[in-house]
Design a protein around this ligand. Structure first.
Ligand code: ADP
Length: 242
């Protein structure tokens, strides 16, 4: 199936349960290539579970997930990169090696190729002068920017962002969001973000999906969701977080 410019991610009637708790309830949604889609909604509504399913960190109980027209498996999963709330850098490796490690080991790039690409990416996230630092020598915001470079080094088609600023001190949030805004503006990467940063969501999103209890209760462009929400539940949620 040729999906160039078309649909890149598809959830079809996806059900996910933990014990007796139905966390995703017959969930259907799609994300088109190159688009930036933001998932918003109350805590516990299933947003992170969606990203974890895409990373194959957990499996659906029912339904199916397609990426680039193919059922999600280990190979297809390589098209997806993720940045976590807790940066999860390799603490024993310098910044540069954090970014070259997976491209060399998983993609089979030569060390030189991986290094060249890592330097470009670290420059792009504003850390061209920190190649030899260890993660603990960096601020949380800098560590998160390394994590973003590390995810991009795998050349994913889809970048998943899971509340990437929520573990940061407030003064470090803007630097990370600025880097992500730049990436959204200057690359053709598809983004799927879970965030509580509503201004950021408004800036970068092509579409916003509002979740409640494992379902999409409202979806649309950010102007519509933020300025003219149709659902009472969306209005309540936004008035609590804005
Ligand atoms: P959100 O990201 O919207 O806050 P999550 O996807 O993290 O929501 O969680 C949805 C629901 O699934 C919550 O009730 C959470 O407690 C439950 N849940 C998530 N992961 C697990 C797990 N590994 N085991 C049991 N329950 C889980």
């Amino acid at each position: 199936m040729d999906t160039a410019g078309g649909e890149l991610v598809r959830f079809e009637k996806v059900v996910k349960r933990f014990g007796g708790n139905t966390v995703l309830d017959q969930l259907d949604f799609t994300v088109d290539a190159g688009k930036h889609v933001t998932l918003i909604g109350p805590s516990g509504s299933g947003k992170t579970t969606i990203l974890r399913l895409l990373m194959t960190l957990t499996q659906p109980d029912e339904g199916r997930i397609l990426v680039d027209g193919q059922p999600l498996d280990k190979e297809v999963r390589k098209k997806i990169g993720m940045v976590f709330q807790q940066f999860n850098l390799f603490p024993n490796m310098r910044v540069l090696r954090n970014v070259t490690e997976a491209p060399v080991r998983v993609l089979g790039l030569s060390k030189d190729e991986a290094t060249e690409r890592a330097k470009e990416l670290l420059e792009m996230v504003g850390l061209g002068d920190k190649l030899d630092a260890y993660p603990t020598q960096l601020s949380g915001g800098q560590q998160q920017r390394v994590a973003i470079a590390r995810a991009l080094a795998m050349r994913p088609k889809v970048l998943l962002l899971d509340e990437v600023t929520s573990a940061l001190d407030p003064e470090l949030v803007a630097g990370v969001l600025d880097v992500l805004r730049d990436i959204a503006r200057t690359t053709d990467i598809t983004m799927l973000c879970v965030t509580h940063e509503m201004n950021f969501a408004r800036d970068i999103s092509d579409r916003v999906l509002m979740f409640d209890s494992g379902r999409v209760i409202e979806a649309g462009p950010p102007e519509q969701i933020f300025n003219d929400p149709q659902q009472q539940r969306t209005r309540e949620f936004l008035s609590a977080v804005l």
